[in-house]
Every structure is written in C-alpha cells, then in structure tokens.
Ligand binder design. Sequence first.
Ligand code: ZN
Length: 335
Amino acid sequence: MTTATYELTACPVCGHAPGDTLADGDALRAEQERLWAFHDARLRPGVPVERLVDRVAFSQRLPLGLARCAQCTLVYRNPRERDIALREAYADEAVEADALRALHDTQRDAYGAQAERLEEVLGRRGRVLEVGSYVGGFLAAAARRGWRATGIDINAAALAVAREAVGDDVEVEEADLDGYAARGDTVAGAFDAVAVWNCFEQLPDPRGAAHRTAALLGAGGVLALRVPNGAFYAAIRERLDGPLGPVAERLLAHNNLLAFPYRHGFTPGSLRRLLEPLGFEVVRVYGDALVPIADEWTRPWAAWEERLLKGALRLLAGDEAEWAPWLEVYARRRA
Ligand SMILES: [Zn+2]
C-alpha cells in the first residue's frame, strides 16, 4: 500500500488560482457512506470482493476536498495526490481474471456506439489507438467494425485478458501514454484516431496528456475522450440532502460519480479550454451515461433500475451534454 502525499494546486487545465470549494472532506465521507449502503442493497449476498471493482473498490482514494475553477469550470481535487502515488495505485491494482473477463463481456457490446461515432466524425475507418484499453472492450468493438486497433494499458492482468479476448488482429501493449508517445518517430502522427474512454480523468496532468495525444495523430485526426461531467456532479450533489435526495443519489451512484473517485470532472467549457490551444477543433460533445455495471451479482430489480435510469438519462441528455453524467468529446486536429 502506498501512502499518498498531497499538494495544493491551481487549476490543472487553465492555471487559474484555486476556485471555490465544491465539497469538503466531511461532505465527501458522507457521500462514500451513502455509496456503500447503495451497493450493499443492490448486490446479492456472497458477492466476491473482486466484483466490487468499478463499484466501490476504486483505485482512487476519497478526495480530501474538491474545488471548482471559477474560470474554466473544471472540477478538481485540491489538495491533490502527488503523481507517483497515483501510478502505483493503478499498476498494483489486483483483480481476478474472471472478474476482468466478465467486464470485457459487459462492455464490448456497449462500445459499438463509440466506434460508430468515431467513424462518423473521422468520415472513415482507419488506425485507432486506445489509451487505457483495460480489458479490451472497445478494441474488440472497433476491430469488429473494421478499424485497425491498438491498445495500451499498464495493468498486466487486464492486458492478459484483453489479449486473449481480442485475438491476433489487435495489438495490445503494456505502456502508459508518456512512455508510448516517447517512442517518437515510430508512433508520431501514426494514428487517425486516439481514444481515451476510461482514464483521462485520472491522469495527473491533463494538459500534458492532451499534448501527447495530439502528437500521435495525423493531420485531420480525431481525439475522442470520455470523461465525467463535473457540472452534472456539482449540480446533482447539491440535491443529495433535499427532498430529491434519493433520486440524486441514484443518478450519481449508477454513474460512478458519488464520492467522486476521479481526479478531474470536465465540462464542455473546460474541454474547449484544454483542447483548442493545442490545435484541436471540438467537433462534437455528446452526453452519455456510464457503460453498464450490473452483472450476475446484481439483484434483478437493481439491474432494471440501472437500465431504466440510464435509458431515461440518454433520452433526456442526448446531444444536450450539460445534463449528462458523462461527456464524450470528439475533437479534430487541424491540418
Ligand atoms: Zn480552470
């Protein structure tokens, strides 16, 4: 176990002085207690501990405090964990292979929509790199639609499951974004699309990461990010203790936003502020719910609750990204 060390920070996207406190330590601990009770009610007795992954056994510690940038509206941890503690938490994360295979199966079909949207924005299929490909759900969906897919991740157990599941047509490598981008000429400009569906919000330096993904793209290439919507989290958490508390709790918990297990909560404004100075044009911002998390350990009523709630959210949010718990942004690199 790594001991976290903390430091105070300005806004990691725009550099503005620390913003207003959105949630302090006491409020975040109360959210975490609600989260445990929420899942305790929805999982069948005897659920293996490893199946709590992506529900409550998060790689990220509970934030000490959350701030909201007064300039670009980013939601971020302040104080934040130092980089080294974060990387160790991910690389060391130990999960049973069975649990990872179950995640691959659950997520593979849901990712068809992302592969399709990427193709719409690019105007064709091509070579795609997924950063943080984890168990390979997107890689499998993209390969099925005719993309040449490469995935990188730092979790050895997840990489092994991904390799087994996607077959020989897909390259899967153990690397992080920094290490991969540092290969220079062999990867610079090599991709038509770079997708970061699951981990951009966990990277300590979003500006540096966006810069490195830009270098991997050819002219006209598309960067796709899916990130938690900081504006949605901020608006809904305010209602946790009011008359709509039970609804607010479900909206946040079914989308893995309760107790905010991320480094950054982006907003359409903070994403533009991040990407435009790097030569990207934001082409589309799409609102979405989280990929399904129910599995065979979920009580049937809870799986239905999740399906209905996410279906309703998709109808309500659609292209109105402000009201979606997760945001997908598609940005094109100018020639
Ligand atoms: Zn900012």
